[in-house]
Design a protein around this ligand. Structure first.
Ligand code: AFP
Length: 341
């Protein structure tokens, strides 16, 4: 009998137990983060269940409203946003919330205020809902500067000030990937237990990958470094094999694959969208935080993504993130372009 394997099976490491273990390394901690996380986890479980029965429960299709970006909202977007906002407020541990779905930030009533600010996209990749492609929730967590003097500046902080970030992917399995600034861990929902179990401890992204991930339909509007980089992926001149293209169009799924298999995910600026498409607070920052924590890099075309100081809550930025060496290459191409100018 393989006792080690048996022990592995019976010693169940849930996400709560994992975070409590981490908490015990900080004697000053009062468990606020664990409570906040349990409310985020509840939101993820709810959305997972809703996504799984979307077709059956007629949750797919339009909700008849448009969000801040002028996009049509789906029923599931609306539902997910409501669930997360209510779960976060009721945790009693939050003070400012920024959701992709809400034009304005939500300032939690002082009677329910805690020390954390949460920025999130409750259901990213929603244009993929109707065809059953993987979608996800993305979140980043900041600590408020002064609980008695809360302002928008608390969420307009560079990504490097985040205390935690993560995403939950609603795919062939439901996977929650989390970093509290001490590496990256992945947890898979065991539907029979209703618990996220540690399945991917200490995720490290390969130093270089064989995949690149970008919407090539925008190629005619790309800048020179992006175009050169993609050309190099397809026609390498150093004798290496070409990289394979993988693009889902759902950031959580594209980033999850990049994190596990290595490679690079690009959403560059282009002539039509000089700031790219992805939102800084709840897409670029959390994913960049996770990439760095896993040993990769994230770059905006100008600087380390996590150094960016946002001035608006729904601000966009180009982003290149993934394996360390692959991002290093795109950085070199931008540096060379800069020299020419
Ligand atoms: P939707 O939520 O509208 O589907 O957008 C998804 C997303 O914000 C992100 O998840 C993808 O990486 C990116 O947009 C895909 O954008 P393109 O469709 O322009 O490639």
């Amino acid at each position: 009998m393989d006792h080690a394997a048996d022990a592995h099976r019976t010693d169940l490491m849930t996400i709560t137990r994992h975070v409590l273990n981490e908490q015990s390394k900080h004697p000053e901690s009062k468990g606020d983060f664990t409570i906040l996380l349990s409310h985020i986890v509840l939101g993820c479980k709810f959305v997972c269940s809703a996504v799984n029965k979307a077709g059956l429960a007629k949750l797919i299709g339009l909700a008849g409203e448009t969000n801040v970006q002028g996009e049509e909202q789906k029923k599931l977007d609306v539902l997910s946003n409501q669930v997360f906002v209510k779960a976060l407020i009721s945790s009693g541990r939050t003070c400012v919330l920024v959701s992709e779905e809400d034009e304005e930030a939500t300032f939690v009533d002082p009677s329910l205020r805690g020390k954390y600010c949460v920025v999130f996209d409750p259901l990213d990749g929603s244009s993929n809902i109707d065809c059953g492609v993987s979608i996800g929730t993305i979140f980043g967590i900041y600590m408020v500067k002064d609980k008695d003097n809360v302002s928008l500046d608390d969420v307009l902080q560079p990504g490097k000030h985040m205390v935690a970030a993560g995403y939950c992917m609603y795919g062939s399995s439901c996977t929650l990937v989390l970093s509290t600034g001490n590496g990256v861990n992945g947890f898979t929902l065991d539907p029979s237990l209703g618990e996220f179990m540690l399945t991917h401890p200490d995720i490290k992204i390969p130093k270089r990958g064989k995949l690149y991930s970008v919407n090539e339909g925008n190629a005619k509007n790309w800048d020179t470094p992006t175009a050169k980089f993609v050309e190099k992926c397809k026609f390498p001149k150093d004798g290496s094999s070409p990289k394979s293209l993988r693009y889902i169009g759902s950031m959580v799924a594209d980033v999850h694959r990049t994190l596990l298999y290595g490679g690079i995910f690009l959403y560059p600026a282009d002539k039509q969208s000089p700031n790219g498409k992805l939102r800084v607070l709840y897409e670029v920052f959390p994913m960049s935080f996770l990439m760095e924590q896993a040993g990769g890099q994230a770059f905006t075309g100008e600087q380390r993504a996590l150094d960016l100081v946002p001035t608006k809550i729904h601000q966009r930025s180009p982003v290149f993130l993934g394996s360390y060496d692959d991002v290093e290459e795109i950085k070199a191409l931008y540096a060379a372009e800069e020299k020419k100018a």
